[in-house]
Design a protein around this ligand. Structure first.
Ligand SMILES: [Zn+2]
Length: 242
């Protein structure tokens, strides 16, 4: 990081750690889980129009017309994806005083291969840039933390356990703490974020009692309402640091 270290918030009571994932788009420390954006309908539509285009006589009036249709379908997908990332980043930047995420890039997504890594990496990069920019605009602290081990470490005791992608639950063999895999990661991300800006957390992090019931939110709802937790009661389990 080139820029100056962020100053700790005066009263960082409203902090969130976000784990950006693969099966779910994001999972945060307030228990909000955002589903991945489902663009299968849009993709199928695009492919249909592309097939139709390939059947037209190249350069004909009908071909030109169909080419415009294909371009519109492409634009649809792009717009939906951007819309989703814009709304999600706006939500976090405006709802919280401090937002902690992993400092990931495409090469960090080691659990994925090939195309899915490229796609996830690109979406992740866009999300992080948007989030950082909006946090700055809103006066929200943005902290990007070291990503290594956030999934494997236990948020309650710190002991590390191997955890392949298909193991969706964190169950600590050392202290017995259990949580959703991504919720556990989100807590580690927040803890690292607070540590990074110099806010103590170990005593004030009642992880075992504070983990809220997870709230799944569909990506579609994020797009439609602009807020993943619009109609949810606020969960009284947020971190009280300092
Ligand atoms: Zn543990």
């Amino acid at each position: 990081m080139d820029h100056e270290p962020p100053k700790p918030p005066v009263e960082p009571t409203n902090c969130v750690g976000i784990d950006v994932g693969i099966l779910k788009y994001a999972h945060d420390t307030d228990g909000t889980a955002i589903g991945s954006l489902d663009l299968s309908v849009e993709r199928a539509r695009l492919e249909r129009e592309q097939r139709a285009l390939s059947r037209k006589e190249y350069g004909s009036a009908n071909w030109e017309k169909q080419r415009t249709v294909v371009a519109h379908r492409h634009a649809d997908i792009k717009r939906k994806r951007r819309d989703f990332l814009h709304k999600l980043s706006t939500y976090y930047a405006t709802e919280y005083d401090l937002v902690a995420v992993e400092d990931l890039d495409a090469t960090g997504l080691i659990e994925l291969d090939g195309n899915s890594r490229n796609r996830a990496g690109a979406a992740w990069g866009t999300f992080k840039r948007l989030l950082e920019y909006k946090c700055e605009r809103e006066g929200t602290h943005f902290v990007a933390v070291e990503p290594a081990g956030t999934t494997n470490e236990c948020a309650a005791c710190g002991v590390s356990t191997d955890k392949p992608l298909w193991v969706r639950e964190h169950s600590c063999p050392s202290c017995g703490f259990t949580a959703d895999r991504d919720a556990n990661a989100a807590w580690n991300i927040l803890a690292r974020g607070l540590e990074q800006i110099g806010v103590g957390h170990s005593e004030s992090m009642p992880v075992e009692t504070a983990l809220p019931v997870d709230t799944p939110v569909s990506a579609k709802r994020v797009i439609e309402t602009g807020s993943p937790a619009l109609n949810e009661p606020s969960v009284d389990g947020s971190l009280r640091a300092g």
